[in-house]
Design a protein around this ligand. Structure first.
Ligand code: HEM
Length: 514
């Protein structure tokens, strides 16, 4: 039987147990009067927790996305897994348990689906999330930019130093101060039979390369080892990680535990600022990234970057691109040493392409198919930027992989999870460069979900530089030495913004090749 609206309202009021409700409220009032302040506070806290849980669990716009029970209430377990470097396993596990779209926190969603890449990363609609503010060490920069207009403006200035012409012009100096200098250091280790940490050597080499190509200064760390730049850079990165996940720490006075990190960051600032100031007043100008950025002009001939803006761009680039390249080279060497047949085949290709090990140019390497396949496979299997790059769903929400995701949710696709997805890759846990040497259509297909340099409007600006550096480094080292790794080293991938070996080093012995 249908009731008319006034009748239904009347019935509702008649049946509402107002008397009983009133009695309950009175009882509560009496209890509140008798409660001690402690009991009152405890009751308030409990009431707030209950309200919070009900809102998060039952009313939250993300309640239909599957995830662990705790992830429905708080982001804390996710933040803890990121700070402990355990998040990669979690992304893969969440994919297996909950499907392509999984909830990792109260407003955090991980997606493992190539179809999502275009939606999330191909336009500026999905902006970078607030964690990027932690990279504003000395002011906003191209890495941390969240506002699309600001990013476009910076891109116009900064991209002048990533042009093919500039990268090619840098090759001779880069090769001399990078791979060639490292080879001469390793030559000494080989002669003395010394075991050394190749991870550290690659980092020192990379700082030397940045010194010459960016600042026009040759630190010669590979041989002299006394410049504190590597320590400044490492500590600045560590501080960045802490601030990313505990942003409130940025607002309180310097905690004792991090005072040396803040000092290192200040030293890095002084170093970069002094280099810029000296260059602005120098009579002879180098041809390097610093000069390109100082000279960068807009359409009306105006300077695009002030000195302070130059500091923020160059410092963040120094820290981030330093580790990305050296760690990628490290993982490639590690995977080659663990796969002797692949190593043998690569060495065979290099020996034929480079009869003179002292005359190596990128021109001779760029078309070597096996070298290309090895680098591709190592960046698939061990992508150093393995984490999800977080973006914010725009107002109004959107449909991703068959699920509605509301506005303001943080979403990402982790390169590691995508590169290890069993539905996409045949035998994803195996390092197999041959997968990149199949028929063109097959390779073009897998390239669609190969994202070590990210994809879309915020993908890596320095890819050309990175590929050249990797080719030159691997070819130079493998053409001259055989390497043997010490046994029982912990090379499990662990995350600290970038993917590093859990053991923190990779000890090897080198022998000169005939
Ligand atoms: C193997 C080495 C490298 C890897 C794996 C790598 C990877 C990446 C990734 C994944 C991003 C996107 C970051 C994000 O969205 O948060 C990125 C951005 C960027 N990379 Fe690289 N990178 C490498 C080397 C370099 C080098 C050598 C340079 C500079 C010479 C460089 C310059 C940049 C810049 C400027 C951006 C920001 C682009 C933008 O937001 O428009 N990268 N890189």
């Amino acid at each position: 039987m249908q009731l008319a609206l006034p009748e239904a309202v009347d019935k509702f009021w008649r049946h509402l147990p107002l008397d009983r409700l009133w009695q309950k409220l009175k009882l509560l009032e009496q209890l509140a009067r008798r409660a001690t302040p402690r009991q009152a506070i405890a009751a308030l806290v409990l009431a707030y927790a209950a309200h919070f849980a009900i809102c998060r669990v039952l009313l939250a716009p993300l309640r239909h996305i599957r995830g662990s029970a705790l992830s429905r209430i708080t982001n804390l377990p996710f933040i803890l897994s990121v700070t402990n470097g355990r998040q990669l396993r979690e992304y893969c596990e969440a994919r297996r348990k909950y499907g392509k779209v999984a909830r990792l926190g109260a407003n955090i969603v991980s997606v493992v689906d190539p179809a999502a890449l275009k939606i999330i990363y191909n336009s500026h609609n999905f902006r970078k999330s607030a964690v990027y503010d932690a990279l504003d060490w000395f002011g906003p920069n191209i890495f941390s930019a969240r506002d699309p207009e600001f990013h476009k403006q910076r891109r116009r200035a900064v991209y002048q130093s990533y042009s093919p012409a500039f990268v090619n012009a840098m090759e001779p100096i880069l090769y001399e101060t990078g791979p060639r200098a490292l080879a001469s250091r390793i030559c000494r280790y080989a002669e003395e039979g010394v075991v050394f940490d190749i991870m550290q050597e690659l980092q020192l080499m990379r700082i030397d390369e940045i010194g010459t190509t960016t600042f026009g200064q040759h630190f010669n760390l590979v041989h002299k080892r006394e410049h504190p730049l590597l320590e400044w850079v490492s500590k600045t990165l560590k501080l960045g990680i802490v601030h990313m996940w505990f942003p409130l720490l940025r607002l309180i006075p310097v905690p004792q535990a991090f005072s040396s990190h803040y000092r290192a960051r200040a030293s890095l600032h002084n170093f970069v600022a002094t280099a810029i100031e000296q260059r602005c007043h120098a009579i002879t100008k180098n041809r390097d990234t610093l000069q390109v950025l100082i000279d960068a002009q807009g359409v009306e001939g105006e300077r695009l970057l002030t000195e302070q803006e130059l500091v923020s761009e160059l410092a963040v680039q120094l820290v981030i691109s330093n580790f990305q390249v050296s760690l990628t080279a490290l993982w490639t060497i590690n995977l080659l040493l663990e796969n002797p047949d692949t190593l043998k085949q690569l060495v065979y290709e290099l020996d034929h392409a480079l009869p003179d090990p002292n005359n190596i140019t990128d021109n001779k390497l760029v078309h070597l198919p096996y070298l290309d396949a090895v680098i591709r496979e190592s960046t698939r299997h061990r992508p150093v930027v393995a984490d999800g790059l977080p973006r914010v769903v725009p107002k109004g929400g959107c449909q991703i992989s068959g699920e509605y995701i509301p506005g303001n949710t943080v979403v990402f696709v982790s390169a590691y999870a995508l590169h290890h997805e069993e539905e996409l890759w045949h035998d994803p846990e195996t390092f197999r460069p041959e997968r990149w040497l199949g028929p063109v259509e097959q390779v073009n297909e897998i390239k669609k979900y190969y994202i070590p340099f990210s994809t879309g409007v915020r993908s890596c600006a320095g890819q050309r530089f990175a590929w050249m550096l990797l080719r030159l480094t691997l070819a130079t080292l493998l053409r001259r030495f055989t390497f043997e790794a010490l046994s029982d080293q912990d090379m499990t991938p662990a995350m600290a913004i970038l993917m590093m070996p859990a053991g923190g080093e990779y000890m090897v012995r080198a022998t000169k090749r005939a």
